[in-house]
Design a protein around this ligand. Sequence first.
Ligand code: GDP
Length: 238
Amino acid sequence: MIEKNSLQAPSGEPDRTRSDAAPGKAALAWTHTARFLTTASQLRELPPTELPEIAFVGRSNAGKSTAINVLAQQKRLAFASKTPGRTQHINLFELGPKDAPDALFADLPGYGYAAVARGAKLRWQQVMADYLEQRRSLSGVVLMIDSRLGATDLDRQLLGFIAPRVGTGTVRLLVLLTKADKLNRSESQAALAAMQTLLGEFATEQADVGVALFSALKRSGVEDAALVLHGWAHRPLG
Ligand code: GDP
């Protein structure tokens, strides 16, 4: 499990005991309930909600769609965001019982795609900044970063957008270092250490920040990520 403020991640396979297997399974059963709700190209088009909302963000090609799909155990759930014309949209998914949804996932546009024109990039920046700074129901952000590349300028810019709310503890942050199957053990440890150093800048008494290695391919880190998100949605901000 990823501890609050610890900036720690499980090294290798978590040492699961019988007693902590059940919460992981329950958390995964919960993420598997994700279903498409709606799509919007601007903040004001998103439905207001009282449900806690967890946003997934990352550079394009970071593995965001694959991560959402593996969490949701659905092959194509997040690929709607890759449909031409939809790449700049925010897609909302609903979770929990159908008659009593208890959280939303928001899949935000991937950024940093080289072929995107300057105008579209600026528009992206505005949509992301508006959403991350103003969306009232936002309670957590999952930032996907390719473990081989580490944080880019745009990732740092995004962290800047959310820093004020993370600092006050009103928005939690989990960084998933994706495609971890491509790294060997020492490279994994180096990637984790570099991210922990960067995230150290956000450390405040209230901040709830975590980082973990993640591989959709090997399914490592998936259950731990589900546990964190389930905790965010079901434990009020303290
Ligand atoms: P997105 O643009 O952030 O949504 O990225 P995608 O989910 O489309 O993934 C980008 C590329 O990375 C695709 O070719 C995926 O197959 C690959 N990929 C995603 N997750 C993993 C992973 O865990 N391991 C490996 N080796 N490749 C991955």
